[in-house]
Design a protein around this ligand. Structure first.
Ligand SMILES: Cc1cc2nc3c(=O)[nH]c(=O)nc-3n(C[C@H](O)[C@H](O)[C@H](O)COP(=O)(O)O)c2cc1C
Length: 341
């Protein structure tokens, strides 16, 4: 495990409320941080840098107030998902504004993270980069990133296709920085599973869409409650890049999920969709963790529940480990005795 001890001790749970376009808002991020996990937000969700700075300032005030009333409170940090395609000077300015408000962790999700890593490091921050394959992981490692967010199959948003059971241990073998496991995590037991596989942090999106603070249409919430993984379509036909989409949201805007129009060209675009139909805005994404979502709690209540489940999973694993180790020791002794004879 490679997690900064200062960061780990600020958390009640090794988890991140992942950045989500049009979903993450200052309320969601503030409540995630106050509940004791990392709260991440895309810079793109604010219409200007000034607005975004106001959000960061508001979250900073809430943190300070909580610490004043409870100095021992565990409060998670804010992480910012940067707009990475900016000219260098603008990128530097955005990082500087975030740094001014205490942001240390920056998330880059697309392209080669070399430039963003260099610029963030120059200002003393850390970069976690999204990867869906070993090839992209190697590229990001070469670029000097501090963390790899490994998006396995069944994740919300632009998801990968590799099973976490193979993805996480394989990445852990080649990378000694912070490893984050993303995709399909809805429970505290899954957070523990991420650690067992070799990850340091669990990166959770869909589960946090289904909270009171997420800024989404009530119909999106209802769709999460009504959907299972059978109601997801993993397709590049919506945004141009493969992602998991709620089929019911396609039907709701009059699209035929079996006959989606073809995107024009490569990369993220949606010129091919009918007027007024837009990915993220009225075409909604979710990961397979939707199977386990049947309520819309507050973030605070959700984190308490996740922590309870996580602790239970740790305790269960420990008891099972003790029994398994005793059995293993007995078998080893028997094999050794047989060899000696
Ligand atoms: C609606 C939605 C919007 C997303 N937007 C972004 C984004 O703007 N930037 C980003 O880095 N990842 C984005 N993601 C991916 C999440 O950060 C995270 O990797 C993913 O949700 C994890 O999978 P899960 O939803 O199964 O938990 C988005 C995911 C969803 C579901």
């Amino acid at each position: 495990m490679v997690l900064d001890s200062k960061l780990r001790s600020s958390l009640v749970l090794p988890a991140v409320c992942a950045p989500m376009f049009l979903v993450s808002n200052p309320n969601l991020v503030r409540e995630a941080c106050l509940a004791g996990i990392i709260g991440a937000i895309p810079r793109a969700n604010a219409r200007s840098l000034d607005v975004f700075e106001g959000w960061l300032a508001g979250i900073g005030e809430a943190r300070a107030e909580r610490l004043a009333s409870d100095p021992a409170a565990r409060i998670g940090p804010v992480a910012v998902n940067l707009l990475t395609r900016l000219p260098e000077e603008e990128l530097d300015h955005e990082i500087e504004v975030c740094r001014r408000h205490g942001v240390e962790i920056f998330i880059s999700a697309t392209g080669n993270p070399a430039l963003v890593t260099q610029r963030v490091h120059a200002q003393g921050g850390k970069v976690y980069h999204d990867v869906t394959s070993f090839k992209f992981a190697r590229k990001a490692i070469d670029a000097g990133v501090d963390g790899l967010t490994c998006i396995g199959s069944g994740g919300g948003g632009h998801s990968g296709t590799i099973n976490h059971l193979a993805l996480i241990p394989r990445i852990r073998r080649i990378f000694d920085g912070t490893v984050l496991m993303a995709g399909g995590i809805s429970t505290g037991a899954a957070i523990r599973a991420a650690e067992v596989l070799g990850a340091d942090l669990a990166y959770m999106g869909t589960r946090f869409i289904a909270t009171q603070e997420a800024g989404v249409d009530p119909a999106y919430h209802q769709m999460l409650l009504d959907s299972t993984s059978a109601d997801l379509s993993y397709t590049g036909g919506i945004s141009g890049v493969p992602a998991n989409w709620l089929v019911k949201s396609m039907e709701r805007v009059g699209l035929d999920p079996a006959n989606l129009p073809h995107p024009n060209g490569k990369g993220v675009n949606h010129d091919h969709l009918p007027e007024g139909v837009q990915p993220w805005k009225n075409l909604w994404s979710a990961g397979q963790g939707v199977e386990l979502i049947d309520d819309i709690p507050s973030v605070a209540d959700l984190v308490v529940r996740l922590r309870r489940e996580y602790v239970e999973a740790c305790e269960t694993a420990d008891m099972a480990d003790v029994a398994r180790l005793a059995d293993l020791a007995q078998q080893t002794a028997r094999v050794s005795a047989a060899e000696d004879r």
